[in-house]
Ligand binder design. Structure first.
Ligand SMILES: [Zn+2]
Length: 213
């Protein structure tokens, strides 16, 4: 069941690796579909995965299909899905530049158009939560607001959205923006966007690309 969705999850995991957002088997990719949650398995490199390695579970975490042990962060992921009904995809990474920003700032400001397009605005830094903890999910729900990304201090990043593509874009552009921020801060004080410019950037991206199916 969900063969093509399981393959999409693997493809996104491989993309995370390609964009240097995870190393080895770090992080996880999950999706909600048809009342089920699909989650990457624990401790396996994405390029080695086949669709049957992706675990299908019910919203309470009971495994419906799959032999693998699901991600150790599953308890946090289930909390996010059950508290955010509009979210159908969640990505967790340990992407280095956004994690670095989270060590210093309480919020990455909305300062460039690609960041705002993908995350829908400034990205909050949530207090520390460890791997495999319910806290990771609780902090995400508490701090993400109406955005598509949150930085978990001393840990990594959670991105989410209505689709896997939305969550992937948020992770990739958050990392790009974090690199730019670090470069700019090394030279001086970065200028940020005005609230009007942020609203305009969010709106303009709704019409980007070939349209939603
Ligand atoms: Zn983690």
């Amino acid at each position: 069941m969900y063969e093509s969705e399981r393959q999409q999850i693997i493809d996104v995991g491989i993309a995370l690796d390609r964009y240097r957002l995870i190393s080895l088997s770090g992080g996880n990719v999950s999706m909600r579909i048809g009342g089920h949650i699909l989650v990457t398995p624990s401790g396996m490199s994405y390029e080695t995965l086949v669709p049957s390695d992706v675990v299908v579970m019910d919203p309470k975490g009971k495994v419906i299909e799959g032999e693998r042990r699901p991600s150790v962060d599953t308890v946090a992921l289930l909390h996010i899905y059950s508290n955010m009904p509009d979210v159908n995809a969640v990505i967790h990474t340990h992407q280095p530049y956004a994690t670095a920003v989270g060590l210093i700032l309480d919020e990455l400001p909305a300062f460039c158009t690609t960041l705002v397009n993908a995350t829908l605005g400034a990205v909050t830094v949530a207090p520390y939560s460890s791997a495999a903890s319910l806290d990771m999910g609780v902090r995400t729900v508490q701090y993400i607001g109406d955005k598509r990304a949150v930085i978990l201090r001393n840990h990594g990043v959670v991105t989410l959205g209505p689709t896997l593509k939305d969550a992937l874009y948020a992770a990739v552009y958050l990392e790009d923006a974090s690199r730019s921020w670090c470069a700019a801060r090394a030279m001086g004080t970065p200028r940020i966007l005005t609230p009007e410019q942020v609203a305009e950037a969010v709106e303009s991206f709704r019409h980007y690309g070939q349209g939603r199916k």
